[in-house]
Design a binder for this molecule. Structure first.
Ligand code: BGC
Length: 726
């Protein structure tokens, strides 16, 4: 039951006012921001001036003073004085930028996502934002898709843990409280599985696949009480998500009990016409309202056609009222009826934006997100070296990555940061011209390889800072080749020939194809885009001021032809399993496995695992799903001279079931910090639920039988024990 004042409001609202509430427009339509960049088919739609006073929410307007001005104007114009809700894409930080979510996933530390989201909430709330379109939690297995950068990776369990943490960070205990904002999980559902990695392309998955891998992280957000869910652009079971009643009414609201607001993605209601499931705008409105999309973002079919649909008896007013009540309840939960500005404050913007405390947090998180992929005795760098620094990211400060709501640049480039981190070093730079985005049509750097080699010839070590332009990651940034640009590869081959140790640092929003240049580098650090503190974080890791601890949240392919190459593949009928022969499930020219698999990452420390044990508990058919069926443990010892952080990972495999099961599935992880010589036993409790799966009748079931329990450093390097669980 809605609160009385909300029900009273709805009773007084005209149909046009209700439909305005269900429509979201960019702030420029409300007369303030004439320069806003419009995407999609919106620019072709006609808006009636009189509708504007009733619009319920805006997207991607920023700034305390500006949003207060818009709110004031709106509150005067709105007949019933219903406040606007300001939403925005605050994805990995606001003015203080944090590592891209794919990199945060690599920290395997949910506290990092919670802290980053909490700070992003406080900074953006001060700028007048009430709700963020985050976390994006689409499971991703195809690095050709540019949006892999926005997700925490390829694993359903890691994504779920991370998603819940982000929701907690943004929303706090109660998002009405100062410094918190409401969150919107997106993109429901399975936007991360477009065919061929091409953005906005068809997704087609079996229901089992959807439930088992793609849905859990959205469900984790719902369980963490996320305020809003955004639909995805793609189809689910051949129906675009925004018109998919099964997805929204049956699964999201029915099975999961979600009672918050559902918003379409940008013009996604309109796009059901291009998909070919709506003949026109009226059918688009009918289908999406019936499917349960409460707010239509950036298209106007609800306003244009819902009245006619009601007259024709094709739509029931109860569906409109139900949506409006949900939206008003969200505004009420944010406290907007008492204070329509919420936390907007120019003073707080000054106090909070990029304050020392936030930048320190950004640094502490960033150092945990880079992943050391190779190290043949080169890193950490020694003091007083002559360091050669080359490549398009050597002196760039364009290191924040896509979706940076607050704009800006990194605090310092790698070159500036190295000078600070290694004051005794001599740094020589060569061929450091920045990349242009592929989006702009021209994307390689000029070939100054020969001059660079001349300049770098006498260095003790050469660092090549290579990668892809940040504008070529994120939305609408799909690629069919993941290799470095030709001149970057040429540079790497040439400096290798100088016979000096080479360290390659890769800046990218996705796993790239680094195999062709692997042998050019003695050490490889995957640097991603780590936000405001990218430069300092990478410099601190290279200099050994911080020990790398990141583990891959997404597998790196040898080449793009292997994709998908996620670690939790299904067993086939003709597995290779070390055999030789023609008719096996394999490639002729490449291994089946990833170059670097999920969970992989090196450290300057060395950890030895021993005493791996699995002990079974007494179980029977009545043992509840969350009760322990076994305990697995391992002793981890730091056998090096350096204190380090290790992420101990638990995987399981169901040996035989009614449907094929993956070769391995992550079910738990624990991080420990060990000093030199120190050891610690890490123990995991295994429950029946951890051994259960979604069957083909849409049920989560446990089937007694044999299971492999594995503990290891990553998804490949594990110890195994087989148990039979009744
Ligand atoms: C993206 C969403 C985003 C929305 C609003 C869309 O193009 O797919 O992730 O939240 O725009 O900016």
């Amino acid at each position: 039951m809605a609160k009385k004042f909300i029900q009273d409001l709805v009773n007084q609202m005209t149909l046009e006012e209700k439909l305005g509430e269900m429509t979201q427009l960019a702030p420029d339509f409300l007369g303030i921001d004439p320069n806003m960049d419009l995407t999609g088919p919106m620019s072709e739609l006609h808006i009636k001036e009189e509708w504007l006073d009733n619009i319920g929410s805006t997207l991607n307007g920023f700034g305390a003073e500006k949003l207060k001005e818009i709110q004031d104007k709106h509150m005067k114009a709105s007949r019933l004085h219903i406040p606007l809700l300001f939403m925005a894409d605050v994805v990995h930080g606001y003015r203080t930028s944090f590592p891209i979510p794919l990199a945060i996933g690599c920290s395997f530390n949910p506290k990092n996502y919670e802290l980053a989201s909490g700070i992003a909430a406080a900074e953006s709330a001060a700028s007048g934002i009430h709700l963020t379109f985050a976390p994006m939690t689409d499971l991703v297995r195809d690095p050709r898709w540019g949006r892999v950068m926005e997700s925490t990776g390829e694993d359903a369990y890691l994504n779920s843990v991370m998603t819940a943490a982000a929701v907690r960070g943004f929303q706090g205990e109660d998002f009405k409280e100062k410094g918190h904002i409401a969150a919107c999980v997106k993109h429901f559902a399975a936007y991360g599985a477009p065919w061929g990695g091409r953005d906005y392309n068809t997704v087609d998955l079996s229901e089992g696949m959807l439930r088992e891998y793609y849905l859990p992280a959205y469900k984790a957000a719902v369980d963490a009480h996320v305020a809003m869910v955004m639909t995805s652009f793609n189809t689910v079971e051949r129906v675009p998500a925004s018109a998919n009643k099964w997805l929204m009414r049956d699964v999201l609201r029915g099975e999961w009990g979600f009672d918050g607001v559902v918003i379409s993605d940008y013009a996604a209601v309109d796009e059901t016409i291009s998909h070919g499931v709506s003949a026109d705008g009226a059918e688009a409105a009918e289908k999406c309202i019936k499917a349960g999309v409460d707010i239509e973002m950036m298209s106007l079919h609800y306003l244009n056609y819902a009245g006619k649909l009601l007259e024709e008896g094709k739509l029931d007013i109860a569906l409109i009222d139900e949506a409006v009540i949900r939206i008003l309840e969200l505004k009420d939960a944010l406290g907007l009826f008492e204070n329509p500005y919420k936390d907007a404050s120019a003073e707080d913007e000054k106090r909070l934006h990029q304050c020392d405390e936030h930048l320190k947090a950004a640094h502490d998180i960033a150092v945990e997100c880079a992943v050391l992929l190779k190290n043949e005795g080169v890193l950490p760098l020694k003091e007083n070296m002559k360091i050669g620094l080359t490549g398009p990211f050597a002196d760039s400060d364009d290191l924040l990555g896509g979706w940076t709501a607050g704009g800006g640049k990194a605090d310092a480039s790698l070159c500036e940061s190295l000078k600070k981190a290694m004051p005794g070093a001599e740094i020589v730079t060569a061929m450091i011209e920045e990349l242009n985005p592929m989006q702009d049509g021209f994307f390689d750097v000029a070939d100054h390889v020969e001059e660079a080699c001349e300049a770098l010839r006498n260095c003790d070590v050469i660092i090549a800072a290579v990668g892809e332009h940040c504008a070529d990651t994120g939305e609408s940034a799909s690629k069919t080749s993941l290799r470095l640009t030709p001149n970057q590869e040429r540079l790497l081959y040439a400096i290798k020939k100088l016979g000096k140790p080479v360290v390659m640092v890769v800046f990218s929003g996705r796993p790239m194809e680094i195999y062709p240049v692997m042998d050019c580098a003695d050490a490889i650090l995957q640097g991603w885009y780590l936000g405001s503190e990218t430069g300092t974080a990478i410099a601190d890791l290279l200099a050994g001021r911080v020990n790398p601890s990141g583990r891959l949240s997404m597998s790196f392919p040898y080449n793009v032809g292997q994709v998908p190459v996620h670690y939790n593949m299904f067993q086939t009928g003709r597995p290779v399993n070390g055999k030789k022969g023609r008719y096996l499930s394999k490639y002729l020219d490449c291994p089946n496995e990833a170059l670097f698999s999920f969970g992989y990452g090196l450290s300057y420390s060395e950890f030895r695992y021993s005493d791996f044990k699995v002990e079974q508990s007494d179980t029977n058919a009545d043992t509840a799903g969350d009760m322990p069926v076994a305990k697995a443990s391992v002793l981890v010892e730091n056998v090096s001279e350096v204190t380090g952080k290790e992420t101990v990972q638990l995987y399981i495999r169901d040996i035989s079931a009614q449907v094929v099961r993956p070769l391995k599935e992550l079910k738990g992880f624990e991080q420990i910090v060990l000093e030199p010589g120190e050891s610690q036993t890490v123990e995991f409790t295994i429950t029946k639920d951890m051994l259960s799966y979604w069957n083909n009748s849409g049920k989560f079931v446990f089937e007694p039988g044999e299971f492999d329990i594995m503990i290891g450093k990553n998804s490949v390097d594990t110890e195994v024990s087989r148990v039979t669980i009744a």
